[in-house]
Design a protein around this ligand. Sequence first.
Ligand code: COA
Length: 133
Amino acid sequence: MTSAFDPAYGEAWNQGQCLGILSLPDTWLTFAQVEEVAVGFALNRFLVEEAELLLLAVAPEQRRQGVARALIERTAADAERRGARRLLLEVRADNEAIDLYRQAQFAEIGRRRDYYRGPSGLRDAITLARPLG
Ligand SMILES: CC(C)(COP(=O)(O)OP(=O)(O)OC[C@H]1O[C@@H](n2cnc3c(N)ncnc32)[C@H](O)[C@@H]1OP(=O)(O)O)[C@@H](O)C(=O)NCCC(=O)NCCS
């Protein structure tokens, strides 16, 4: 968490926030491992007919090898198994990860203006959705 997120936007969660959400029902965490070392994770939750990918991160030295793509596919399969009809996520509008999500069949369904505060001003948040099933 701490190595993956740019601290400028305050997107990383602290330990208390992580422990808090993991104690809720229908919240699950998927780790990606390379040779038994955790190199990435997806934190997800299920609610009624939807699942939400809350956080996705890969260690900087393990990027561009398909780890995030594999985590997304695993999350989509798990969400579908739980009965979700679509998978949602929210991302900063200028996050390069948007390319990754578009390739993974996510499309924009909403936008929150000026949702993130960063070093060079405010940034919109985009809500993306991928149909399941
Ligand atoms: C975004 C992030 C999760 C991507 O992880 P990754 O394991 O490197 O992604 P993948 O290797 O699975 O990428 C698959 C494809 O997505 C696209 N992609 C991934 N990262 C990209 C980037 N920074 N810029 C442009 N395209 C990107 C590419 O098309 C890539 O395929 P390619 O490497 O063959 O070109 C990682 O950079 C990260 O942890 N970033 C910081 C945290 C963050 O912003 N998380 C997302 C918001 S919650």
